[in-house]
Design a protein around this ligand. Structure first.
Ligand SMILES: Cc1ncc(COP(=O)(O)O)c(C=O)c1O
Length: 428
């Protein structure tokens, strides 16, 4: 398949954009990698080990362990680490001058870039420290009263569940629970589960875009649609979807969304983002008070006090790095890596895959289990005998081992995983 002129022009502009990277060696390596694949389609690139080896070289990775728990938090490319170190050293020269008068101003261009990445207005984006902070700003900031109902799922992230339970305890809101049977191949059934809990008292539907335990992608847009028809607000936990696969907030049409930038964007640890639809900003009280809590200015959610400005500024290099590769290429590679190992183990006896494979139902993350072995046992064997770091998941009705490759993961690393799984299964 040949490249369209538009694709080619896009590649050229990516190469030009790389001049914004602070490390000229990394910029050159990336530029070379992109130039080498200039005539390939994204699908061909997804399967090209040479290209991704060059991407791998822009990270500083462990030489003793294989990291397959990138779902927890991502490593940062070297350019991002160097940016944080540079801004931190600068801050330490005269902290109050460099942090409050210089670096503080760097938040606005980053806001603009994040808005462009997510397809919304910069006036709808607040920069903070993580998904928990973003979503709890909404959960605690909405004016809810006794008897108001919230729909959420038993498989949502514990921090969010705990926040709703705390509001139920303090304010008497009522929690209505969906319980998802995962893996689930039928999106209509999922939407129906949420819809069936809607009553005249429902005020908010909480949707986890990607269930972190297994990697199942929920039909967030369709759930939002059903709620919006009944004038019910929606909040999306995008911890695992943002910068992992291509979607637009405008298209999703939710009212609120929170994500961590230290996951799939590979930004510095402790960086996150909150989206609030412009017309809803005035209705949400900030978690950390501001002089005008009813204002419509998104910046009212950024009264965090002193924070690491160096960390925040590192987001800029992470965006440049992410854009250089491009979300479509990244998504295809991640999906390809997941399918690569899943296809090799799914028919081994005693092995079950707890994640659907289809493109719209999962991307990088998948979860497996082995008969007669607990997830902890499997993770210990992977760690001790094969030097593989993975995550054991036991939550509600889910039990398994979560495997999350990243863009720097090689297929030879996944071959070691496949070998490990087949040996453990054989002995079980
Ligand atoms: C679905 C989901 N939501 C929220 C979070 C919380 O992210 P953070 O610790 O960055 O706040 C996570 C973390 O893994 C998650 O998987």
């Amino acid at each position: 398949m040949s490249l369209s002129r538009r694709d080619f022009v896009q590649k050229l502009s990516t190469i030009t954009a790389l001049s914004a990277l602070i490390n000229p060696v990394v910029a050159k390596n990336l530029r070379d990698a992109i130039e080498d694949t200039a005539l390939m389609t994204d699908k061909e690139i997804a399967e090209n080990e040479n290209f991704w080896r060059k991407i791998r070289d822009t990270f500083g990775l462990s030489s003793t362990m294989i990291n397959l728990n990138n779902g927890g938090v991502s490593p940062q490319p070297i350019v991002v680490q160097e940016a944080v170190e540079k801004y931190n050293r600068l801050s330490n020269e005269i902290p109050s001058y460099y942090m409050w008068r210089i670096l503080d101003k760097g938040r606005e261009p980053i806001r603009q870039r994040l808005a462009k990445l997510t397809d919304c207005s910069a006036e709808e984006i607040a920069i903070n420290r993580n998904t928990s902070e973003a979503l709890e700003t909404i959960i605690f900031g909405l004016e809810l009263k006794k008897g108001d109902e919230i729909i959420l799922s038993k498989q949502d992230y514990p921090n969010m569940i705990n926040a709703y339970k705390q509001r139920a305890m303090r304010d008497g809101i009522v929690l209505k629970w969906v319980s998802l049977e995962l893996p689930q191949n039928n999106n209509e059934d999922i939407v129906q589960q949420y819809e069936s809990l809607i009553t005249s008292k429902t005020k908010l539907v909480h949707i986890t875009h990607v269930i972190n335990w297994t990697g199942q992608i929920l039909p967030a847009k369709e759930i939002v649609e059903v709620a919006a028809k009944k004038n019910i607000e929606t909040i999306v936990d995008a911890a695992h979807s943002f910068a992992h696969f291509d979607f637009s907030i405008k298209d999703l049409n939710c009212d609120y969304l929170g994500t961590s930038l230290h996951k799939w964007l590979c930004a510095p640890f402790g960086t996150g983002m909150l989206f609030v639809k412009k017309e809803k900003i005035k209705n949400v009280y900030p978690l950390l008070a501001n002089d005008n809590p009813k204002s419509s200015n998104i910046r009212k959610f950024e009264s965090l006090g002193t924070r690491s400005f160096a960390t925040e500024q590192g987001i800029d290099q992470a965006i440049t790095f992410h854009e250089a590769i491009g979300i479509k290429k990244k998504q295809k590679r991640l999906h390809h890596l997941k399918n690569y190992w899943v296809n090799k183990v799914k028919n081994i006896s005693n092995v079950s895959i707890n994640t659907p494979q289809k493109k719209n139902l999962s991307c990088a993350i998948a979860n497996f289990s082995i008969k007669n072995r607990t997830p902890i046992e499997i993770c210990n064997i992977l760690q001790n005998d094969y030097a593989i770091h993975a995550s054991n998941t036991r939550a509600e009705n889910i039990s398994g081992v979560r495997i999350t490759p990243h863009i720097y993961t090689t297929k030879s690393e996944l071959d070691i995983l496949v070998h490990a799984i087949s040996e453990i299964a054989e002995k079980s």
